[in-house]
Design a protein around this ligand. Sequence first.
Ligand SMILES: [Zn+2]
Length: 341
Amino acid sequence: MIIMIKKHLFVTLGITAASLFALSISNHSAPQAHAAANLTYGKITNNSLHRLGTIRQLTRAQLAADHKLTGKQVQQLVYLPLPKRLTAHNFTLSKKALTIHLVKNSYGVKNVAIPLSKLTGIILNRYMPAKYDFVKPKTPNKVVSMTFDDGPDPTLTPKLLKILKHYNVPATFFEVGSSVIRYPSISRMVLKYGNQIGNHSWNHPDLTSLSSTRALHQIALTDAAIYKATGTIPAYVRPPYGSVNSRIGNLYDRPIVRWNVDSRDWAYLNTPKTVQHVLATTHPGSIILMHDIHPTLVAAVPQIIRSLKKRGYTFVTLPTLMQKPLLANLQYFGRGDFRGF
Ligand SMILES: [Zn+2]
């Protein structure tokens, strides 16, 4: 016990001395000046549980990126003990990374270093080197973000990817895990073409009708499938049918991406009607919901893109649309419209 206290004191004093030195040679608020200033997650996130949740998920994603994990290990990431309280301080902040010091765990990993480039807008600017400062992007008012659910489809998704590339339009694909294991090369192609992948559950149940354990399993299995296919864990979740409540919304430490324009492609199964409906309901800042499993929708996409471009719209990614990083356990409907649970 005494040894432990001494060791702790020694470490604390050691860091404090280093930081005082850093302070004395630095004339502005450099991050090393904060290294030992009793930083907590509360301080570096402006007391935001959403930002802390985002840091937890970034820790899981970084651990998975740094170590080759089995499917089972990816599924278990959700149970990795990570800080829940803003008063926690199990981290070190350097000029390059936020390093999370883990408690003993089944992965045998002690530290996870998240590059600061991934933390812009999540850690307050004053704790970051200037080059990582968050500045609200000045994007035009007329922006939209396209999202495609329920794939990957072996023929329609590649066809759609070529269309999007032709028009230089980025999109987010919310994929179903049970299809990802059948067509992993299509998921890789989605990323290779410059798009993003989100998690749309394993086999498309209404998550609110499931127990929390089963709902977690739906997302964890899909994470594992997407990780096996692409080496990355999806940053976003979209619950099937947009069906979500506070219990489900707070389970995943991830942003919940919803929409404010439903193409109703699944109801029309008709290209001109789908085009007409999207054009009639899209407005500046819309997130548009479509499905890359209907040939009629894929056929509608070139017309939708051309018409919206003609009306002055720019197609952007979700963070550009929202003008900030998307945070855990918030739901996003469109520009300026995000909510808690
Ligand atoms: Zn769906």
